[in-house]
Design a protein around this ligand. Structure first.
Ligand code: PHE
Length: 378
């Protein structure tokens, strides 16, 4: 074993020379100080404290030194690395504080900005009014019934006693749905599907699907080939009522209609019936309600004209009647035992005179300036 080599000079190891270590340390400190953000600091950290950084490589050289030189070199490198780590930690917290301050400014929310940039809409008056009408009947124990808008011709016409050549089929101005084979949809190659022209097919569906007695109210969208103008729209809404039970008479129909208009327009309201024809009711009637504005006072009274009813005293609402026994038979109901009444009317028309709406197009154009004043009325 040889004696320790007293003459060994550690400066001979280039990387461990004091001035080299100082230079490495100072470069690291300068790089940290120069890092403008956390990303740059991360890069400087890797370069100056990582496994291949000059100080880490110098540290590795220590192992190769003779024992008496190791302590001094170790101390020098260790102090340099300590200073580097400390400077790194200081810069790190400086930059983090800077970033936090910046984020607070950049991502702050200005709570004084107007809050209603996307104002909530309002429910459409057609919807709220249909629900309101339906509620009058639900309160009497009726159930809501629904059917498809693309309806089988059989439900829309045949089961309702419209014969194939019945003029009403044209009278109703129907949209026929073209079958997959194309061709003239209205002829025999058609699909047998129409866009329902009224809510009356739901009467048939209700009678076929439900146990007797049946008391249903059917609100829904219907279609006719009208041009859109101030008083027509090809898509509109109806409410249909059907009651089938033992012993129902025309006076039950009249009482129900009176109750409906009184619930909707006030206790002194009433209805009147005028003879009419529908294939699915017999007898059939046109139903009018007393003008809810003038209550008839404008009739024959030029001093008190009424815009709502054009001084007629009555407003036409829709059709009604006793369910035709042929319809009951088509639905498997015994007309000897059961009878029923039905009526249907258009919602748009009723809304128009109820709110003095002059143009039906306002109701279909989805302009919130029209719906908003109605708010959340129910
Ligand atoms: N469905 C008829 C129409 O659309 C109205 C109606 C309903 C008539 C029920 C009588 C009974 O005009």
């Amino acid at each position: 074993m040889s004696a320790p080599n007293k003459s060994y000079d550690p400066v001979e190891v280039e990387a461990l020379k004091p001035e080299e270590i100082e230079r490495m340390r100072d470069e690291a400190l300068a790089a940290f100080a120069a890092a403008a953000d956390l990303q740059q600091l991360q890069e400087a950290k890797t370069a100056h404290t990582g496994g291949t950084s000059p100080l880490a490589l110098a540290n590795r050289e220590i192992g190769a030194l003779p024992p008496q030189a190791k302590a001094e070199a170790g101390k020098r490198v260790g102090q340099a690395r300590g200073a580097v780590n400390k400077a790194l930690a200081v810069r790190q917290s400086e930059l983090e504080a800077e970033r936090d301050a910046r984020v607070l400014v950049e991502e702050s929310v200005d709570v004084t900005l107007p809050y209603d940039r996307t104002p909530p809409g309002a429910r459409h008056p057609l919807t709220t009014f249909m629900e309101r009408v339906a509620d009058v009947f639900v309160a009497m124990g009726y159930e809501i019934a629904e059917g498809p808008e693309a309806e089988a011709e059989w439900f829309n016409f045949d089961a309702l006693n419209f014969t194939p050549d019945h003029p009403a089929r044209q009278m109703q101005d129907t949209f026929f749905v073209q079958g997959p084979q194309g061709g003239d949809a209205a002829d025999e190659s058609g699909s047998g599907i129409v866009l329902r022209t009224h809510t009356s097919p739901v009467q048939v569906r209700a009678l076929l699907a439900r146990e007797l007695p049946v008391y249903v109210v059917c609100p829904g969208r219907v279609y006719r080939t009208d041009e859109l103008d101030a008083t027509h729209t090809p898509v509109f809404h109806q409410i249909e009522l059907l009651a089938v039970d033992e012993g129902l008479t025309m006076s039950d129909l009249k009482g129900t209609l009176d109750h409906m208009v009184q619930s909707l327009f006030g206790p002194d309201m009433k209805t009147r019936l005028r003879p009419n024809y529908f294939p699915f009711t017999e007898p059939s009637a046109e139903m009018d309600m007393l003008c809810y504005v003038c209550k008839g006072a404008s009739v024959g009274n030029p001093d008190r004209p009424c815009r709502t009813c054009s001084s007629e005293g009555w407003i036409e609402l829709g059709g009604c009647g006793m369910v035709n026994p042929r319809v009951l038979i088509a639905c498997g109901v015994d007309p000897e035992k059961y009878s029923g009444f039905a009526f249907g009317f258009g919602i748009e028309r009723m809304l128009m005179f109820r709110h003095n709406i002059e143009d039906m197009r306002d109701m279909v154009e989805a302009d919130v300036r029209f719906t908003r004043p109605f708010g959340m009325e129910i």
